[in-house]
Design a protein around this ligand. Structure first.
Ligand code: NAP
Length: 277
């Protein structure tokens, strides 16, 4: 599978797994765990979660899913902005590690910009990294200007990613943030890569999909994977969706496919506020 290189030199498969809104009880929970494990079997080893998801319940599900397989996983979690202070972030990180049943995160993110001074957050990220509790850190939902500001602060140039909303129907970051990330060697993690299903039936997407005997979801993911320095983290609580998504990494879109998708989902022609969920 295509990989994305992080600043540490570590290469991570460009198609990972999201976990927001995973079912937390009953058969849905069992299926979610099966889906995460199947994802690992199929090489989708980056798993994205957050303390926010189910107020910790989703991290516990991930912890169960990766039990005995921690070494295979590129494990990402995020802390609430209100927990991004010196004391609260160390505690939040400790809680996440416990729920995830691990001693370290591969990547720890500030979930969105908040009111704790960024210098304090960066200093705490650096301390957690020194302690080996996190191997790298980054930001989420920061626009190009915000990412640039973080980068310019002490420790900021160690940023390992900006995780933002990016999919065929939300291309605003191509104007400024994506070029900024490429220029600074920062891989971009595309969240909500399927638009939570919103645009998958669009006629142009369906036409391209038919040419590849694929589905709209597969084409939407293949399109993201065709972008340099971008990885995608679709969430699939069902194993059938997981399998379908995995095949997206085996598709190669042609110039004609890309042109048709550009016509239906135009790239930005100027700056726009960062899209967020
Ligand atoms: P998404 O991945 O775009 O869409 C997930 C939805 O699409 C689920 O309902 C899923 O159904 C369905 N789906 C999955 N594969 C499908 C397929 N092949 N065909 C049709 N439907 C399919 O949305 P998301 O969960 O918002 O985003 C992905 C991940 O990004 C999140 O889970 C989270 O880890 C991360 N995220 C981060 C932020 C942030 O602020 N940093 C914000 C939003 C999301 P089933 O689950 O039933 O299979």
């Amino acid at each position: 599978m295509k990989t994305v290189e992080f600043p540490s030199g570590r290469r991570v498969p460009a198609l990972g797994q999201g976990t927001w809104n995973l079912a937390q009880v009953g058969a849905g929970r069992a299926e979610a765990i099966a889906s995460l494990r199947l994802g690992l079997d199929l090489g989708m080893t980056a798993i994205d979660t957050a303390e926010m998801y189910g107020e910790g319940a989703v991290e516990s599900i991930v912890g169960e899913a990766i039990r005995g397989r921690r070494e295979e996983v590129f494990l990402v979690s995020k802390c609430y902005p209100q927990n991004a202070s010196r004391r609260r972030m160390e505690e939040a990180c400790a809680r996440s590690l416990e729920r995830l049943r691990t001693d370290r995160l591969d990547l720890y993110l500030l979930h969105w910009p908040g009111s704790v001074p960024i210098d304090e957050t960066l200093e705490t990220f650096l301390r957690l990294r020194e302690q080996g509790k996190i191997l790298a850190f980054g930001i989420s939902n920061f626009d190009a200007r915000g990412a640039g500001r973080v980068w310019s602060r002490p420790g900021g140039s160690a940023l390992a990613t900006d995780q933002v909303l990016y999919n065929l129907s939300e291309r605003g970051i191509e104007w400024d943030l994506l070029p900024w990330c490429r220029e600074h060697g920062v891989p971009l993690m595309a969240y909500t890569p399927l638009g939570q299903g919103a645009f998958l039936k669009t006629p142009a997407l369906q036409r391209v999909a038919r040419r590849h005997a694929a589905t709209g979801a597969q084409i939407a993911l293949a399109w993201l994977l065709s972008r340099d320095g971008v990885m995608a983290i679709p969430k699939a609580g069902r194993t059938a969706h997981l399998r379908e998504n995995r095949h997206a990494a085996d598709l190669t879109l042609t110039a004609a496919d890309l042109a048709e998708l550009d016509a239906a989902f135009p790239p930005p022609s100027g700056p726009s506020p960062l899209a967020m969920l």
